[in-house]
Design a protein. Structure first.
Length: 229
């Protein structure tokens, strides 16, 4: 799990600079404010799908919304390059890992089967795998359910079923650690898993979903909640 805001300015700057240069090829008077307004509208459409349909769109979809907002006839090549810049922004401005995460994963990897369920948004599974590999963590995880690859996002039970199918585990044998009640906790409980809410990054959002089986402010507390021999 990462501290999402860290590295955010570098990611935002890389994406903004690329977008502005592209828009100005068509509209020389375009300003960063114009692009920012269009991005806000595109993001609103993007988020509406995530919340209502339990699926995450990708950078491809977001940018098509953006071209609509700007009435911009970009070429296929320009679109594809902008998608790449958006998707790989995570590697330009990578977020920090939460304190203690590396030790926790390395310890648990030898004791339980680990998997990742992730609502990927702009950074697809292929990019997240590269980030995990940078930190020496990729090999610790045996299975993945990235929403850009499965077509569904938490709390959709299919996101959780993907992991069970690949591990041949029963729901009663599975625990999920996540920080959001609306997606992580609700999805895990509906799928019959033990739901552990990690609050080391976000405060407990009690009003946004069901109560978890355990609340953990750090990774030592997560380990204690899992109670793995």
């Amino acid at each position: 799990m990462v501290v999402a805001k860290t590295g955010g300015e570098a990611r935002r700057r890389a994406r903004t600079d690329h977008l502005l240069a592209l828009v100005q090829r068509y509209r020389r008077d375009a300003t960063e404010d114009l692009v920012a307004d269009a991005r806000r509208s595109a993001h609103a459409r993007f988020d509406a799908v995530w919340k209502a349909e339990h699926r995450t769109l990708g950078a491809d979809d977001l940018l098509r919304f953006l071209w609509d907002e700007l009435v911009l006839p970009v070429s296929d090549a320009e679109h594809a390059e902008t998608v790449r810049v958006y998707e790989e922004g995570l590697l330009i401005g990578p977020p920090d890992l939460t304190p203690g995460l590396v030790d926790f994963v390395q310890d648990m990897a030898g004791r339980v089967r680990l998997g990742i369920i992730s609502d990927t948004m702009f950074s697809p599974g292929r990019v997240i795998r590269r980030l995990l590999d940078r930190h020496g963590l990729l090999a610790a995880f045996g299975t993945f359910a990235f929403s850009d690859e499965t077509g569904c996002a938490k709390p959709d039970p299919r996101a959780f079923a993907t992991i069970l199918d690949e591990t041949e585990a029963a729901p009663s044998q599975a625990s999920h650690v996540g920080d959001l009640r609306r997606t992580d906790v609700a999805g895990a409980i509906d799928a019959g898993w033990t739901a552990i809410q990690y609050t080391g990054v976000h405060v407990d959002d009690a009003a946004n979903g069901p109560a978890p089986h355990a609340v953990a402010p750090d990774w030592d507390a997560v380990a204690a909640a899992l109670d793995v021999p």
